[in-house]
Design a protein around this ligand. Sequence first.
Ligand code: PLP
Length: 394
Amino acid sequence: MMLSDRVQSVSASATIAITTRAKQLQAEGVDVVSFAAGEPDFDTPECIKAAAKAALDAGDTKYNPRTSRALLDAIAAKLAAENGLSVGADQIVVTFGGKHALYDAFQATINPGDKVLIPSPYWVSYPEMVKLAGGEPVFLPASAEAGFKITPEQVLSAASGAKVLLLNSPSNPTGVTYTRQELWAIAQAVLKTELMVFSDEIYEKLTYGDAVATCFASLDPAVAERTLTINGLAKTFSMTGWRLGWAAGPKDVIAAMRKVMSHETTNPVSFAQAGALAAYTDPRATEAAVAMRAEFEKRGLHMVDRLDAIDGVTCVKPTGAFYCFPDVSSHYGRSIGGAEVTDSLSFAAAALDQANVALVPGVAFGEDKCVRLTFATSMAQIDKGIDRIEKLLK
Ligand SMILES: Cc1ncc(COP(=O)(O)O)c(C=O)c1O
């Protein structure tokens, strides 16, 4: 069959590929420690599951208008109370996950050849989504020395002819959270340009130490006018399989995204919306989310300490999300257990083949010196996996 040029220009998700391989090995009985999937290991809080079950039992199983009004209102109330952002129901679209919200946002705004500025390292799907919309990803490099953060100057020098700036704080894969002042400075740069901003805030509830996630659109009304906020329930409420996310922002962009969705998926899953409503309104869901965050913080601190103690491994301390992104490049050029390790791909292959530890090679995120490990797994698994890596590298 002849495939489209468009689809041939993109790569499949490396994180999904590695997670699938790790799960396959586990199914074959291999004791693999997986640091690959960006997924909380907790179950969805009971009150959320109960709300979805009740919706099913009540026959909420049909096509419905794209989103329940109660859910749109709950998201608007969350944005007002937690993010200081005032939006109407016509400024929100509920989607099949944050990934879908981003995908449709690009479909709704990008013309062939439009440039999208993406800070690098970046989440694997961003450039591929841009390409699937016919756009051109332009990377703004942010090295470990720069704390994996871009500067306003970088935005200004790349802005000419670009349409969108993508921001992701807290960030996947680096675990870095921009301060309010840093985002304010970027916002001032954006206001000197024609750029729109897509601010992916899916990890907003997962910050550690003194770090606080800032809603970019809340910085200034002029910033809100050109910012699309992307968020979702997967990471905060451990609802990855539910596929529920949303975008909030300018009415015309939201209406365009709804139009795309009307031909693509129609409404999000009816009874999952009932679960989402409980997530945003039931205090027990908030309590569960707070407890999960506290557990991630302990695990993250432990993982970064253990990684830093390994010879030739250095790691920027994560202040958000649930990832460590250590630089392991001082081991490149070595033979590890008989395998030549020359880059992040061969490093991750050696870890999986020889130590039964699944990591994601940094090249998938635009930084070949690093590998990504998630700490959304138990302390026991963290210790077991890092013991194995330590032994392998010795
Ligand atoms: C940075 C970032 N944005 C968006 C998403 C999408 O999340 P979901 O589609 O599960 O809501 C993810 C998931 O890994 C992510 O890491």
